[in-house]
Ligand binder design. Structure first.
Ligand code: CMP
Length: 155
């Protein structure tokens, strides 16, 4: 099954939204396979946002992401990358659809509450960027036969 990585950014923590956001992924039927609070440093952020290096907002973005701890979460599910990105909504919070996380909780392009991997390949890289192997859990989740059909569970 596909896996993906999300980060709940400092604005989610400071605005007391962690529980509500984690709850949205749980109720959707995604399986939490890793969850931790982490303080990001310059080195990790420079690697994570390498594709934004040189852009005018880069320095500010790194400063923001270092401003307090974040919550890293690894999720598993059928086509989890796309499902999670739909729940998050697009980058610019004020233009995101109501009902999505950014649509409901963000007005900003930078302070947009959450990061989600943009492809299965990126997701695998990002999971191992933020988690050690003993922090990712392989366990049986008993609601899976209700969340999916038998056919879908083979994907
Ligand atoms: P994220 O999905 O984590 O990926 C990169 C982040 O950079 C993005 O969410 C925003 O927080 C931030 N970002 C992207 N574009 C801009 C922009 N034009 N101005 C400020 N921040 C941005």
């Amino acid at each position: 099954m596909e896996r993906t990585l999300i980060l709940l950014k400092p604005d989610a923590l400071q605005r007391n939204l962690l529980g509500q956001i984690i709850g949205r992924f749980e109720r959707k039927g995604l399986k939490i396979i890793g969850l931790k609070m982490i303080k990001l440093n310059e080195e990790l952020l420079t690697e994570h946002y390498a594709h934004h290096q040189g852009k005018p907002f880069f320095k500010d973005l790194v400063k923001f992401m270092k401003s307090s701890p974040v919550v890293a979460m690894a999720l598993e599910g059928v086509e989890a990358v796309e499902a999670v990105r739909l729940i998050c909504g697009p980058t610019l919070g004020r233009k995101a659809d109501a009902g999505s996380i950014r649509g409901d909780f963000s007005m900003s392009q930078q302070h947009n509450i959450i990061h989600a991997s943009d492809s299965p390949k990126t997701a695998e890289k990002e999971i191992w960027r933020f988690f050690n192997s003993n922090e990712i859990f392989d366990y049986q989740k008993f609601d899976m036969p209700l969340v999916y059909t038998d056919e879908e569970l083979k994907i």
